[in-house]
Design a protein around this ligand. Sequence first.
Ligand code: GAL
Length: 415
Amino acid sequence: MSYRTRLLGAAAVFAALSAPAFAADCEVTHWWTSGGEAAAVAEFQKAFDALGDDKWVDGAIGGSGDTARPIIISRIMGGNPPCATQFNPGKDADDLIDAELILDLTEVAEAEGWRDIVRPSSQMDSCTRDGKVWCVPVNLHSAQWMWTNRKVYEDAGLEPPKTWEDVVAAAPALQAKGVMPLSAAQGWPINLLLMEVMLPALAGRDAYVDILEKKNAEAAGGPEMRKVFEAMDEARKLVDPSTIVPQWNDAVSLVITGKAGANVMGDWAQGEFQVANMVAGQDYDCLPGLGHSPMLNTGGDVFYFPKNEDPAVTAAQLKMASSMISKEVQVAFNLKKGSLPIRPDVDLAAANDCMKKGLAILEDPNNIMPSPAQMMQRETQNAIRDLFNEFFTDPSMTVDDVQAQFVEIIENAPE
Ligand code: GAL
């Protein structure tokens, strides 16, 4: 072999060895498996893959957050972590952070000014623990929305409802035509209806926070809360337990297909109406706060990045966090997700009527309230979820029964 060839060969080897860290495959776990959710997460993946050789490996987990969270937590605790994972803003990752299993994002958060960009500040507060930043907030979702199919009411000779009371009043006419007045899905969606929507709408924001965040057991057993349980009793009479479906998007699809008039669900339902090519304000309506007090809670989604030995993976994780909060990705993702962007400095010209309603409500800080995940441990949320599902599906359970058991949960709830 000539001297020249040997020299060129050595140069090629040196170049390869001194090349930057190799590209990384980044497995991302989440529970976005409905039509709208999948369309949204594809925007995150497209944006990340376009940045270079690192690749988004999709780790969708079927079911819901209640199914996915324990799986994700056990993988991280068990030493088989994904590269990135979705969680809700709140307390769910606290033990993982305390176990030093989560990548500290403080440096990139400060370099990019997340604290100044993100609104409301509660969402950065949920990602900040002991003065450090542990997750990137990516959207705002709120639970307090009712979705109605206009044609269902018009075909029954009725005005499309503007409030919860209109939905209740329309029930007999819809039932006479074999249409469900209200669709419902088992598990956390029933808890969303009763705890996240009816409680604040009927007892008020302060009662919602006083009972769930401050664990005020006296208020939980009081007359205001009793009125909410009486309204819940009215709600459960609108739903034949045999029509309760497995997943939240099944209940939304009953409204989309005209088999049900209304469904109470978070604004992630938007994504389903979009995939069905339905137009807000024409084919369907979105009524915040049951059409009464349009307060919204600051649910939504954040991403955590479990620590990894490989510097190539760590570099990819930081790149992904930046991409998710960037202006263009915020618009592309949130328009498909039906959520509101986590930053106000983006152009949402394509936002539909419902998103515009949500943005207008969020302008007034008095209309904003925390989400359950920001106020309670997951074990408390699960206990309330199970109690309210039992009440909703067992007509022999009285208002007295459910209120007494609710008081017990609040009395024993950890901070
Ligand atoms: C929530 C999540 C939303 C939506 C919903 C239903 O926890 O924040 O993004 O996906 O679950 O899956």
